[in-house]
Write a protein that binds this ligand. Structure first.
Ligand code: PPS
Length: 369
């Protein structure tokens, strides 16, 4: 299998002359021939993720390990009863997962003591890095919900809660064709906050070594892992009228968590036990989640540090605020981000949504949309 994939990779490389045009367009490798490629090769790749490829119509940047699972992902058997939390990385996925899981499980706080990754596994996690190689070289074993997440989910009974960072076009075929109608809750967040949070996450968990300047260059180039922020958001946004899709924002959760909880409960057809709502709000607060080992990813961070895989110390539950980018981005970078956002937003019906204005605050000062 591995040999076949490597063969495909070489075949799809832009310098190859053996593939047909269609095949060549399907998967391209990120080469180190320009500044972005050089940063990626120097600061992002490692023995467990040796190259990035651009996958699908949206040319989403993913580790080459993804290619081993590409067919399995596309042909994955979904169920109408599945509940999916989808997001671009660092948009508030974990917070949304915990909220959705508790609503779906009648606010069973006792059962929520089990690790979130087990209750609400990450669909494509096994594709992100080569876990088999990690095991062979470092002796680092991973449970099935990490190393073979697709299989773990396939074998789950009852309502399956599934996290994914895949863009809409890379979801299983049955979702795209509407053959199966899992409910999808998509959470989005200001891309500037996402970028800052992703930068710290990269150093804390992924082992990426880029400084913030280079990280944001790669983010804006849309060749960061999981690709273009705006293609991701707008891919789901365009599907928002489907009855099985709900879009929420991190910012709304910060301002009116209860309002979002009620919206999600309605979407999932769940009655909320009103007497337990104060406990739910407390459970979902940043302070509680920061200290809750079932959701705060502390075990993952400790394991990365033990195997000396990461350059940074810190917490997954880092700032938990909106607009924390203001402390980390120069005005020039903020303006670059907003100009980039504006290019996407102005060609989309998202421009009419109040969230667009929120995400474009610096561009709006100078330019009319
Ligand atoms: S991941 O790795 O992609 O699944 O990360 P994700 O969960 O999407 O994003 C992590 C950021 O969400 C913040 N977070 C919260 N903010 C407010 N309240 C609560 N309860 C909460 N839980 C998680 C977390 O702190 C990360 O954001 P930053 O800006 O880094 O603090």
């Amino acid at each position: 299998m591995f040999v076949t994939i490597l063969g495909r990779l070489q075949q799809y490389s832009p310098v190859s002359s053996t593939c047909t045009l269609k095949e060549c367009q399907k998967v391209k490798k990120v080469e180190n021939t320009d500044e972005i490629g050089q940063i990626i090769h120097r600061d992002f790749l490692d023995p467990f993720c040796e190259s990035y490829v651009l996958v699908g119509e949206g040319e989403t940047a993913l580790g080459d390990n993804y290619l081993k699972f590409e067919d399995e992902v596309k042909k994955f058997e979904m169920r109408d009863s599945d509940i999916i939390v989808a997001s671009y990385p660092k948009a508030g996925t974990t917070w949304t997962q915990e909220m959705v899981w508790l609503i779906g499980n009648d606010l069973d706080f006792k059962a929520a003591e089990e690790h979130l990754d087990k209750r609400f596994p990450h669909f494509e996690l096994c594709t992100i890095v080569d876990f088999q190689k990690m095991k062979d070289t470092l002796g680092a074993t991973r449970p099935e919900f990490v190393g073979n997440s697709l299989n773990y989910i396939r074998n789950q009974d009852g309502v399956r809660y599934i996290k994914t960072h895949l863009p809409y076009d890379l979801l299983p075929n049955q979702v795209l064709t509407g053959t199966k109608l899992p409910r999808i809750i998509y959470v989005m967040r200001d891309p500037k906050d996402v970028c800052v949070s992703y930068f710290h996450h990269g150093r804390l968990i992924q082992g990426w070594r880029a400084d913030f300047e280079n990280f944001s260059k790669v983010f804006l180039s849309e060749k960061i892992m999981f690709g273009s922020y705006w293609k991701h958001v707008l891919g789901f946004w365009e599907q928002r009228h489907k009855p099985n899709i709900l879009i929420i924002t991190y910012e709304d959760m910060k301002i009116d968590l209860l309002g979002v909880i009620r919206k999600v409960a309605e979407f999932l057809n769940k009655e909320l036990p009103e007497e337990k709502i104060p406990q739910l709000l407390k459970h979902l607060s940043f302070e509680s989640m920061k200290n809750n080992r079932a959701v705060n990813q502390q075990d993952k961070i400790e394991s990365r540090k033990k195997h000396k895989l990461v350059p940074e110390d810190g917490a997954f539950m880092r700032s938990g605020t909106s607009q924390s980018y203001k402390g980390e981005m120069t005005e020039e970078l903020v303006s670059k981000f907003d100009q980039w956002s504006k290019q996407y937003i102005s060609h989309s019906s998202f421009a009419n949504d109040p969230t667009a204005a929120l995400y474009l605050n610096s561009a709006q000062k100078t330019t009319k949309m």
